[in-house]
Ligand binder design. Structure first.
Ligand SMILES: [Zn+2]
Length: 270
């Protein structure tokens, strides 16, 4: 848990008494569960706003605080814009729904379950079949450090060629993908799409997913221009990643998105 008194980032104000997002302290697992479920719903709504829906494809997961082998996720065949507290489902490693009324996207869940199982430190993941991310994934190339924003992913993402383009319904395939996810926050799955993971919470997993899609779009725009981009040098890209690419920064970026959704979409928590 982040210390809300000690400054975690250069972005935090040094003077006390100013309004600034702070990590809550939870008095009970129930309180923590409700908190993360609300953020999961908001992350789904944010994905809808970004146009990340593609039929029933796409899933966001977050571990339950008391039962880390179980994950809260969005229900199958419900548009991201219609995910709400009351239709979230709780699913186990095998893709069995243990709480909730809706089915799980079992085929898609294979990848999430495999990554979560192989990496106990990964508490949350996001995946969707987005327009630019999927186009970029066809290149089988990593993101270039073309900006400060893209530098957040410098040496912090992988391109996974394994199982490329094959629908992930087999558990073994999921395990092969999971192995590539060690120590990074994002993956570009060739011929498939984007995945992000967080060791902190759904907020940073969701924000880094939005950021990754945007970086893919920007790199494709540059490629389409026919111009050669000037890249951020490796030492400066690493410096930027350390300062603007952390789970904390992802969490912080998600705060205005969350607050805006709470103010404009009151049905989220029904
Ligand atoms: Zn997929």
């Amino acid at each position: 848990m982040l210390d809300s008194v000690k400054r975690t980032s250069v972005y935090q104000p040094e003077q006390l008494g100013l309004r600034f997002p702070e990590m809550p302290d939870f008095k009970s697992p129930e309180e923590q569960r409700l908190h993360l479920k609300k953020r999961l719903v908001a992350a789904c709504r944010a994905f809808a706003q970004q146009g990340f829906d593609y039929g029933f494809a796409g899933h966001l997961t977050v571990r339950d605080p008391e039962r880390p082998h179980l994950y809260w996720t969005n229900p199958m065949c419900v548009h991201f814009a219609q995910v709400r507290l009351s239709n979230l489902i709780l699913v186990d490693h095998e893709g069995r729904v243990v709480e909730g009324d809706y089915a799980v996207n079992r085929a898609g869940f294979v990848l999430h379950a495999a990554v979560h199982e192989a990496h106990p430190d990964i508490v949350s993941m996001c995946h969707a079949h987005t327009e630019y991310g999927t186009a970029f994934a066809a290149l089988g190339q990593p993101l270039l450090p073309i900006s400060q924003d893209a530098a957040a992913f410098y040496e912090d993402h992988v391109v996974i060629g394994d199982e490329a383009g094959k629908v992930a319904v087999e558990v073994k395939g999921g395990h092969r993908v999971a192995n590539a996810f060690a120590g990074v926050k994002a993956a570009i799955h060739q011929n498939h799409g984007l995945l992000t993971a967080s060791r902190h919470g759904i907020e940073s997993a969701a924000f880094w997913f939005i950021a990754l899609e945007r970086c893919c779009k920007q790199q494709l725009l540059i490629a389409a221009s026919g111009q050669t981009p000037r890249l951020v040098p490796p030492d400066k890209a690493r410096y930027s990643r350390e300062h603007v690419g952390s789970d904390y920064i992802g969490w912080l970026h998600f705060q205005p998105i969350y607050e805006h959704l709470v103010a404009t979409q009151p049905d989220m928590f029904t």
